[in-house]
Design a protein around this ligand. Structure first.
Ligand code: 5AD
Ligand code: SF4
Length: 437
């Protein structure tokens, strides 16, 4: 999401004549885009700002801005701690950056803080920002993210997103389809539809397309000719519908890879997290997904050490890992985030216990990932090339596995090749080019 935001800002600024430079010392404008989902994002921003302060002394015309989630969350506090910051722009106001810079260039005002999250005001801007303005891919680019919605209405008790990104807003189908079409015309082969909870796409859309579900949207996008691979992220299991599960059986270009964050295997913890599903419901959906698409590779997110998580709760998470046998996962130690309910929960778990649980989880996940990956050895996989050089190629299977293989020919990013898998590691596969076909 933040990467896509950076791309949007880069594109907006390019229209105003800005170009990217490699060194902060040569810049006239430095924007720090921030994510505050975990850990001490705020501290990292303040420490980076401290490092940039001398540049501002050397070049008083330099403009420094903090944008994104930390800007949203901290607002004016940033200018109190770092008075040399010129602009503080929250998540829903990024489209205004060029006009803010124009105003700052006149010398009045000297600083601007834009952190409004009122969706009625934002919706037209959000739609307008994206309508007909997809980022132009560079020649080496073959895949792109397309934002289909922003914000989240779920209020998981540990999560900062609803307060940093605001209420859920879906983009119209017409805009999304238009953007995908333009990208394909520009040579893009793979699209990932992006949102905090794509499964609830269209449910809270105040603009149009009320009747269009995420499953409908997937069908509409998949019909666009020229698209080779379609993916999406991220999903809350509570909104994973049968129609969406059905898409994995019905849509050829929908990649059999699903990132479905479970967070915990304990019902007591899931309830305190306000996730609105149980372990049993999650496992049922996993079984349905595996039935719809037996080759599906599942990935998840896990939080260990949520307030009150007992040894028994944690063992339920370990047990869920054994049952589902995720191909991979992202796992994190719980951390308090500002304006979240769980920050006020009692029974915080000591750091050493969180650390030990995380290690146990990750060690077992690595073993399972390796076992899962070994199943691909001796199979043929269609690999989309990501990069190549010195006779070596790195690419990705439809199941999202990275594959390394030697290839003397000059191949370009986005090309697909048939590869026989020869070895499996826990994080990637190795193979050799299959030239039989
Ligand atoms: N502490 C630890 N991990 C968190 N995540 C979100 N909020 C927190 C938090 N307060 C993790 C979740 C989510 C992923 C993007 O970040 O696992 O799915
Ligand atoms: Fe955060 Fe995802 Fe929950 Fe929304 S669904 S509150 S983004 S964890």
């Amino acid at each position: 999401m933040n990467e896509r935001d950076s791309e949007i800002i880069e594109q907006l600024l390019a229209r105003s004549g800005y170009v990217l430079v490699d060194e902060p010392e040569t810049a006239d404008l430095i924007l720090i885009n921030t994510c505050s989902i975990r850990d001490k994002a705020e501290q990292k921003v303040y420490s980076l700002l401290g490092q940039l302060a001398p540049l501002k002394k050397e070049n008083p015309d330099l403009k420094i801005g903090v944008i994104g989630c930390v800007a949203q969350q901290e607002g004016e506090k940033i200018s109190k701690r770092a008075p040399y910051v010129d602009l503080i722009v929250g998540t829903q106001q990024i489209y205004r950056i060029p006009s803010i810079l124009d105003r700052l260039a006149t010398g009045r005002p000297t600083r601007e803080i834009a952190t409004d999250l009122k969706s009625s005001y934002i919706i037209p801007a959000f739609q307008k920002l994206l309508r007909g303005t997809p980022p132009s891919p560079t020649p080496a680019e073959f895949r792109k993210f397309v934002t289909i919605m922003q914000g989240c209405n779920n209020y998981c008790s540990y999560c900062v997103v609803p307060s940093t990104r605001g209420r859920e807003i879906s983009r119209s189908v017409a805009d999304i389809v238009e953007e995908v079409r333009i990208l394909i015309d520009q040579g893009i082969k793979e699209i990932t539809l992006l949102g905090q909870n794509v499964n609830s796409y269209g449910q809270t859309n105040p603009v149009d397309d009320h009747a269009v579900s995420f499953a409908d949207l997937l069908h509409r996008v998949a019909e666009i000719s020229g698209l080779e691979r379609l993916r999406f992220t991220t999903s809350n299991p509570k909104d994973l519908s049968k129609d969406l599960i059905g898409c994995f059986a019905e849509i050829d270009i929908l990649c059999p890879h699903f990132h479905l964050p479970v967070q915990s295997g304990s019902n007591a913890v899931l309830q305190k997290m306000n996730r609105k599903y149980t372990r049993e419901i999650y496992l049922e959906k996993v079984a349905e997904l595996k039935a719809a698409r037996p080759d599906i590779a599942l990935a998840t997110d896990i939080i260990v050490g949520f307030p009150g998580e007992s040894d028994e709760d944690f063992s339920r998470t370990m047990d869920l890992l054994e049952t589902v046998r995720f191909h991979g996962s992202f796992s994190f130690k719980y951390s308090d985030r500002p304006n979240t309910r769980s920050a006020d929960f009692a029974d915080k778990i000591p750091e050493d216990i969180k650390k030990e649980r995380l290690k146990r989880f990750q060690t077992r996940q690595d073993q399972i990932s390796l076992e899962q990956n070994k199943k691909y050895v001796a199979t043929l996989q269609i690999v989309m090339v990501e990069s190549s050089g010195e006779g070596k190629v790195k690419g990705r299977t439809v199941t999202n596995h990275i594959v390394h293989f030697p290839c003397p020919d000059n191949v370009l990013p986005g090309e697909t090749l048939s590869v026989r898998i020869t070895r499996a590691g826990k994080h990637s596969l190795q193979g050799e080019r299959n030239t039989d076909i």
